[in-house]
Design a binder for this molecule. Structure first.
Ligand code: HEC
Ligand code: HEC
Ligand code: HEC
Ligand code: HEC
Ligand code: HEC
Ligand code: HEC
Ligand code: HEC
Ligand code: HEC
Ligand code: HEC
Length: 329
């Protein structure tokens, strides 16, 4: 997908949305427009000098510059002009003031002067919303559909910015590395790490899947940032045999698999929230009472797993011997 280069004119729209964001969260004071502009554009009295200038003057030996060249961002070149769509200054702000003094000045030891990075945007100190705005200028939901629900996501609403997950200068990779993703998420969600360490767990620890298989950290229409439109949807992309529809559904309980399963991990086999028969008796307190009153020997039933007989617990297309849907075959 190609994105248009950023033009100063489009900043009007950005400022408007910045102000809307600020206006919606009534806990924070509104910032004057000029302050916001400075926060996402940088010094308005500075000019853009281009990556070549930035790199040859200040970062010629930097691993950063080399990695950037090989990254998706560094590779964005407009065919018509041959100029990059994304360069150092797209995120760090205009750089002319940072290098203005280089030709003439020397530092107090008489060595060549260093670049003055204090005239660039102080990315790390910006408020989270302004940090994300740097990226959202280009990554609108039209160009990056997975960001469509970003503004209402638990992350955006709790001041987690794009920078928290995307470490753009850790190497040429700009996406979140799948191998390292779980560790990244555990930094802020330590309780989830404990869950994946339980006896029964989805194989995240074994690196066969990761958080992104079930969650979209950018936001979603479901609670808990889940992918798909229902919990059943989230799970049946992989567990297709459970998707139904079945002639004999298990009521509507399988709409939400978490009625019986802990999605991350559990001390009980098969990720069950609690062991049988208690799992089932939560909703079927009266199960087998009629049989029990007729034949006390039936008590033995509770010493077995309910699913030893009701093996089609997720739904069945076959009636039992009496033509009923007791989920036994
Ligand atoms: C797509 C946005 C983006 C682009 C393009 C970009 N950077 Fe950065 N850069 C960042 C962010 C975000 C940080 C702050 C990272 C952090 O939070 O530690 C940063 C930090 C830095 C730092 C400080 C590193 C540190 O460890 O403190 C340097 C130096 C730097 N960038 C140089 C460059 C150079 C040179 C280029 C062009 C070759 C460039 N950047 C292009 C987003 C960008
Ligand atoms: C000047 C425009 C611009 C800015 C600012 C920008 N990006 Fe990008 N970004 C692009 C373009 C263009 C692409 C490549 C096309 C695409 O994948 O959408 C891209 C791709 C990416 C990718 C996908 C990499 C891949 O391998 O597919 C990630 C992740 C990303 N950007 C994150 C960020 C983050 C985080 C920021 C803010 C620090 C940011 N970008 C700021 C233009 C920009
Ligand atoms: C909580 C962590 C987290 C935050 C915050 C976050 N991302 Fe991501 N992002 C991810 C993960 C995980 C992926 C999935 C990696 C993949 O596609 O393989 C991803 C993928 C992407 C991609 C490439 C894949 C795609 O969907 O097109 C882009 C572009 C991107 N993020 C941009 C952003 C921008 C811009 C922001 C801030 C508005 C942001 N991200 C905030 C974790 C995060
Ligand atoms: C910088 C810290 C940080 C990082 C990194 C982070 N999160 Fe979060 N996450 C939060 C905060 C803060 C909240 C909102 C408060 C809460 O629910 O705990 C949250 C909420 C969530 C929620 C619950 C959403 C809800 O509706 O309650 C999920 C799911 C989630 N994060 C998944 C992830 C995943 C997956 C990753 C890694 C790709 C990740 N987070 C990385 C800070 C972070
Ligand atoms: C198999 C799918 C699946 C995977 C993989 C998965 N999650 Fe979840 N996660 C869920 C579901 C479903 C819920 C909602 C649980 C509920 O509603 O009881 C959830 C809830 C959460 C929550 C909020 C509630 C809580 O337990 O604190 C966080 C945070 C979270 N997940 C983070 C992560 C992280 C981090 C990873 C990767 C290490 C991850 N998840 C991997 C399915 C998954
Ligand atoms: C990305 C694919 C994927 C998604 C999505 C997924 N699972 Fe799984 N699930 C797996 C894999 C892989 C295993 C391990 C299979 C194995 O070890 O043989 C597994 C195993 C299980 C098990 C059996 C665990 C055991 O101890 O044998 C249950 C129960 C389960 N998943 C439920 C769920 C639920 C509930 C959801 C939705 C919240 C879900 N899964 C979403 C891939 C997935
Ligand atoms: C009414 C409770 C209940 C609900 C709801 C439920 N399950 Fe299960 N599930 C079980 C029980 C009990 C077992 C263990 C069966 C056994 O091994 O005896 C199980 C086992 C599994 C297994 C591993 C064994 C197998 O059959 O493959 C997977 C995978 C699974 N469930 C996925 C799901 C998915 C996906 C959903 C949501 C669509 C879901 N479950 C909803 C009770 C439930
Ligand atoms: C969250 C509540 C819930 C849990 C937990 C639950 N069920 Fe159900 N079950 C239902 C509902 C609702 C129905 C459909 C309404 C009905 O017919 O009673 C149903 C129907 C059934 C039926 C068919 C009843 C009939 O009359 O045809 C059987 C058999 C059954 N469940 C067995 C089990 C077993 C075994 C477990 C444990 C693995 C279990 N259920 C766990 C709610 C639950
Ligand atoms: C030895 C096999 C067996 C075991 C073990 C078993 N069931 Fe059943 N269950 C049956 C049979 C057979 C029927 C059909 C009886 C009928 O239609 O009169 C049935 C019917 C049911 C029904 C629907 C009729 C009713 O009584 O409401 C429910 C609900 C049910 N069982 C739940 C459970 C639960 C919960 C457990 C675990 C505590 C369990 N069953 C263990 C064989 C078993």
């Amino acid at each position: 997908m190609r994105l248009p280069p950023v033009r100063p004119l489009s900043f009007g729209a950005i400022l408007l949305s910045a102000l809307l964001v600020a206006a919606c969260s009534n806990t924070r004071p509104l910032l004057p427009v000029a302050a916001y502009e400075k926060m996402i554009v940088g010094r308005v009295d500075a000019d853009y000098v281009g990556t070549d200038n930035c790199v040859s003057r200040c970062h010629s030996h930097d691993k950063i510059a080399d990695d950037f060249k090989h990254s998706v961002h560094g590779e964005q070149i407009t065919p018509e002009t041959g100029l990059p769509r994304v360069n150092c200054e797209s995120c760090h702000g205009p750089g002319s003031l940072a290098i203005a003094h280089l030709e003439t000045a020397t530092d107090r030891h008489g060595d060549k002067a260093k670049c003055d990075s204090s005239t660039l945007l102080d990315l790390k100190k910006l408020p989270a919303q302004a940090q994300s705005m740097i990226c959202l200028r280009c990554h609108s939901s039209a160009s990056t559909p997975s960001l469509a629900h970003w503004p209402t996501s638990a992350h955006a609403l709790h001041d987690v910015s794009c920078f928290a997950c995307h470490r753009l200068h850790d190497g040429p990779q700009q996406k979140v590395n799948h191998e390292k993703m779980a560790e990244l998420c555990y930094q802020c969600h330590p309780e989830v790490k404990t869950q994946f360490n339980l006896f029964s767990h989805h194989p995240v620890r074994e690196k066969k899947m990761d958080c992104f298989d079930c969650h979209n950290p950018h936001g979603s229409t479901q609670p808990m940032l889940l992918k798909g439109s229902t919990v059943r949807d989230t799970c049946t992309r992989c567990h297709m045999d459970k998707s139904g529809p079945f002639v004999f559904e298990h009521g509507d309980v399988t709409e939400d698999c978490t009625n019986c399963h802990s999605p991350h991990g559990s001390v009980t086999r098969r990720l069950l929230t609690i062991t049988m028969p208690y799992l089932c008796l939560q909703c079927h307190a009266g199960a087998h009472q009629r049989l029990l009153s007729q034949n006390p020997q039936e008590q033995a039933i509770f010493a077995q797993r309910c699913t030893d007989c009701h093996s089609m617990i997720h739904g069945s297309d076959t009636p039992d011997g009496l033509g009923k849907g007791t989920l036994r075959r």
